[in-house]
Ligand binder design. Sequence first.
Ligand code: NDP
Length: 282
Amino acid sequence: MSARILDGKAIADALIQDIKQQVEEQRSAGQRAPGLAVILLGADPASAIYVRNKRRACETAGVLSLSHDLPAETSQAELLGLIARLNDDPQVDGILVQAPLPGHIDAATIIEAIRPDKDVDGFHPYNIGRLAVRQPLLRSCTPYGVMRLLHTTGVALRGLHAVVVGASNHVGRPMALELLLAGCTVTVCHSATRDLAGHVARADIVVAAVGRPEMVQGAWIREGSLVVDVGINRRPDGSLVGDVEFAVARERAAWITPVPGGVGPMTVASLLQNTLEAAKRH
Ligand code: NDP
């Protein structure tokens, strides 16, 4: 069997068009456009590309993008000061601080400083906690995007065995909570997991979020499963590769996401969706 491709790019483009229409409706009802403040520290080339994509998507959707490009040596106190001002700014519905942050800044402190109702990345412990107790508000963008991709397959998720490979705070853990909320039986694998291949081989759904090129081998994939590759790894020649051995996995899976063009665009669409929802509440 050759898997059907979960075309994240096309699905995300359609979602952004839908958001655009909702923004237009709000504006014709006399409301202001949703506002997203995007903070970028330093000149990491990958971060710059992610931020550019987010700003472009804002433009397409009619969301006001407010740029704060700061030098890498910005102090934590200065960054906290900016976040405090944005928290109080009525034009700003969402605040995004692009990761990774320079080593002298404590990411957890920064995330907690963002007002939970403006935490459109869905990283604040309040929003992760809401998801854990089955009352999500602003949901972590990548897992939220993955769920929307999975729903487009039309496969009933309830009761399926999902294996998440990776347990980071911003991807693996909220991903496991999303799948649990959808009624899956969830296994979370991490660096201390024994027999990763065995876990993956028992999965109806595999979500790979490790950050190691093709570490999930195609031969591990169960026939007919749904495979979602969150990983974005750059090869020496500059091309991108996921965490799943795509060429082999696609011969076994029923559905699979490509890299690039799978989860990445869905993350951006979720960010805009969160910004719109935050604006509606504000
Ligand atoms: P992190 O480095 O924060 O986390 C990696 C996770 O993988 C950790 O939980 C780690 O375990 C686990 N891990 C490491 N080695 C193994 C192993 N041998 N077996 C099983 N698990 C292992 O990465 P992120 O979560 O930030 O990102 C993962 C990938 O997803 C990256 O490629 C990143 O670029 C990409 N990404 C893509 C996004 C998108 O929109 N498409 C958005 C965000 C990230 P432990 O906890 O024990 O250390």
